[in-house]
Ligand binder design. Structure first.
Ligand code: ADP
Length: 399
């Protein structure tokens, strides 16, 4: 069975086509600047060089037609006919409280995604555009929605409630949802396989550290706490987002700037590594500047590592222990400095990093703890698309 996985943003669309007989990626690509001048598609077949085509792409429906055209094209294609496409999996950011697992898309699921738009105003409408465009391009082919929030729906109320009047939860569902659930689910299950124990017997802390970051306590395969919230600014310091923040600071900024949109931009787009260092939101640039002696860049990197360390120790306390800490996403997979600093000082709770295994390790599955470390530390590259493809296959096979 061949499965197409789509991740639609408001002006972009990422895709991967899987052959599920061996879970290989037949083609993948990115459509950029949908509805904006200079739109283009970058398409890769297998490991071949990318094909880039610049063409007018006014909306998501045209973007999807273009992607399907690339899949069939004599030069770039991987499909003899669209009949080979068994199902389409969509990354959907917010599923609210109702969606605690992936689902086959029908009218009621579309309504649920619409109903959650107030919780993810930039993402859910774009995800829906992808679903609708696919329904019109390939009627009859099942669509599956895989929610970023679903994995965290096992969190207990003591982890997801905020300490504000209860009516805000009752009336508006103001609570922690957290995100990157597909990634946490993938790396925790991969880590269990690498450790060689059933996930039902493990306490794991999964650190998804990228431009956006979240840390999750995974107890016996279930998310029991996670660092992102109702929105995407809390938790550890991120590329441009502030991380955990005292409400008083938000009030102060509101008073000073006098405008919700302006303060939202500050907390989402101008804070984090960028806001502290003044150098960049990209950790590579920040680490380089810190190595050259830039004090603020060093502070930004220290703040990131310190916040990760606090979550690791805190989530071990939440679960009453930890068997393994797992690093993933751009920073987790590549920054040996962050992995080393974020686990420094955690020897008291059995975390012993092996610097020789950690140093220089990039983008590969590996144990980076010492053999005698009671708590294992691993790097597991994430693969959200594969998780989406697996769920899509499982659900669409029942159709
Ligand atoms: P997104 O959340 O946008 O998917 P990624 O998971 O791709 O982001 O992570 C991007 C982050 O990973 C950037 O801060 C980037 O600097 C960092 N990163 C990638 N490679 C390295 C590296 N070799 N060393 C340090 N940081 C890295």
């Amino acid at each position: 069975m061949k499965i197409l996985v789509l991740n639609c943003g408001s002006s972009s669309l990422k895709y991967q086509l899987f052959d599920m007989t061996n879970e290989s990626v037949l083609a993948k690509g990115l459509v950029e600047r949908i509805g904006i001048a200079g739109s283009r598609i970058k398409h890769n077949r297998g490991s071949e060089e990318s094909t880039v085509r610049e063409t007018d792409i006014p909306d998501h429906t045209s973007a999807i037609k273009l992607v399907l055209g690339m899949m069939l094209d004599a030069g770039t294609g991987v499909l003899g006919s669209l009949d080979e496409l068994g199902a389409v999996g969509h990354r959907v950011v917010h599923g609210g409280e109702k969606n605690d697992r992936s689902v086959l898309v029908d009218a009621s699921v579309i309504k649920d995604i619409e109903d959650c738009t107030y919780l993810a105003p930039l993402h859910n409408p774009a995800n829906l555009m992808g679903i609708r465009a696919m329904e019109s391009a390939l009627p009859g082919v099942p669509n599956v929605a895989v929610f970023d929030t679903a994995f965290h729906q096992t969190m207990p109320p003591k982890a997801y409630m905020y300490g504000i009047p209860y009516r805000y939860y009752e009336e508006d569902k103001v609570r922690r949802y957290s995100f990157h659930g597909t990634s946490h689910a993938y790396v925790s299950s991969r880590a269990a396989s690498l450790i060689g124990r059933p996930i039902e017997s493990l306490k794991l802390i999964t650190c998804h550290l990228g431009n956006g970051s979240s840390i999750t306590a995974v107890d016996c395969g279930r998310s029991v706490d996670s660092s992102l919230g109702m929105g995407t600014t809390p938790g550890v310091l991120m590329g441009t987002r502030c991380g955990d923040m005292d409400g008083s600071v938000v009030l102060y900024l509101m008073k000073k700037e006098g405008d919700v949109k302006r303060v939202s931009d500050i907390l989402h787009k101008e804070s984090g590594l960028l806001g502290i260092s003044g150098v960049s939101s990209d950790l590579r640039d920040v680490e380089e500047a810190a190595a050259r002696g830039d004090e603020r860049a060093k502070l930004a990197s220290d703040m990131l590592c310190s916040s990760v360390r606090k979550y690791i120790a805190g989530y071990a306390a939440v679960m009453g222990g930890v068997d393994a800490v797992v690093f993933t996403a751009g920073i987790g997979e590549n920054s040996d400095l962050t992995r080393s600093e974020a686990t420094r000082g955690l020897e008291f709770m059995g975390v012993r990093l092996d610097e020789s295994k950690n140093r220089g390790l990039r983008g590969k599955e590996a144990f980076i703890s010492r053999d005698d470390s009671p708590v294992k530390v691993l790097v597991v590259p994430t693969n959200e698309e594969l998780m989406i493809a697996r769920d899509t296959r499982r659900l669409s096979e029942k159709v």
